[in-house]
Write a protein that binds this ligand. Structure first.
Ligand code: ZN
Length: 330
């Protein structure tokens, strides 16, 4: 059973602040503007969100991410020190759409005394993918770079509302970052479309890639559902093995934040039926790579994913990616 409050409960807790911040901008009463010293303290849940805040806020904010490399946000319960950190923050950002399902309550609580902003809050129905299985929207919006660019604009506007004195800086930095993301979006489209059409299908540990599939025209199959909370059954595995064997799919992918147990079961299942399929590599689905590396940034994460997928499925992409910065596979 799901004991979490419905998403509306959280929304209600922050609506007033978010609406003021995001839509009112310069209409904020003077008393609302940040008046402390710099850097102010910004906290973000997942790395992909923390990365946007770092890019847009620059030196104005000291940004801390709570959910690190290799950690699954669907199942993440905040620790006592996370809670203390959130309560010390001047502003908080999270992905939303119930990605951080176990943090709903604490985010609502923290939102009573400071801005708490969901970066996906301005996405429209048409931007989102509805999941019949969970009855919710699929939260993995960052897998489509153009969708994530909308999140950058939400962060820009939230920072502008919070700290209007530095609005021009947030504008300049977000414009520069959006240009970089546009280049990334073009690269992703180009390399995925180079995969021969009958092999343009990616099998992964959980359903994190629906937005990538829609944006870049590649079929996706996840063994587990949209949230890792659901267990994969033998029937799901057998069904995907059938597809792999029938369509002679050459590679399947593991994910850095999800166990590889089910993917290995697929490979064994295909082998028993005379089809050899290999692990095409490890994708970053819900967490970025190690902090301090190129793969530990949003751009590096997506560059890694699309480059690896294209190369493993017979497409054409340089081994070191879009800008020669990827660590080649060992
Ligand atoms: Zn996920």
């Amino acid at each position: 059973m799901n004991r979490m409050p419905p998403p509306q409960a959280l929304a209600a807790g922050r609506t007033l602040v978010a609406v003021l911040l995001v839509t009112a901008g310069c209409l904020l009463p003077q008393a609302f503007a940040y008046e402390g010293s710099y850097p102010f303290r910004a906290t973000a849940t997942v790395g992909m969100v923390a990365d946007i805040v770092r890019e847009v806020a620059g030196d104005r904010a000291e940004v801390t991410g709570i959910i690190g490399a290799g950690v699954d946000p669907h199942m993440y319960s905040p620790t006592r020190s996370d809670v203390a950190m959130l309560l010390r923050s001047d502003i908080v950002f999270y992905a939303g759409l119930l990605l951080e399902g176990q943090m709903t309550e604490i985010l609502a609580k923290v939102g009573r005394s400071r801005p708490v902003v969901a970066v996906t809050e301005r996405l429209k129905q048409a931007d989102l993918i509805h999941t019949a299985q969970t009855g919710h929207q699929d939260p993995h919006v960052w897998m489509d770079v153009s969708g994530w660019m909308k999140a950058v604009r939400v962060v820009r506007d939230a920072l502008t509302g919070f700290d209007p004195a530095n609005a021009a800086e947030y504008q300049t930095r977000s414009e520069r970052y959006l240009l970089e993301l546009k280049t990334l979006d073009d690269y992703a489209r180009k390399v995925i479309s180079s995969i021969p059409e009958d092999q343009r299908v990616m099998v992964t540990a959980h359903d994190a890639f629906n937005y990538m599939g829609r944006a870049y025209n590649i079929e996706v199959m996840g063994i587990q559902g949209v949230s890792t909370e659901s267990e994969a059954g033998l029937k799901d595995i057998n069904r995907i093995v059938d597809d792999i064997v029938r369509r002679k799919i050459p590679a399947v992918f593991v994910e850095s934040s999800v166990s590889d147990k089910n993917v290995k079961a697929l490979i064994e299942g295909a082998k028993a039926r005379g089809h050899s399929v290999r692990i095409g590599g490890e994708l970053f689905s819900d967490a970025m790579g190690k902090a301090g590396t190129y793969e530990g940034t949003y751009v590096g994460m997506i560059d890694h994913n699309v480059t690896l997928i294209a190369r493993a499925l017979g497409g054409d992409a340089p081994e070191t990616g879009m800008q020669g910065k990827l660590t080649p596979p060992r």
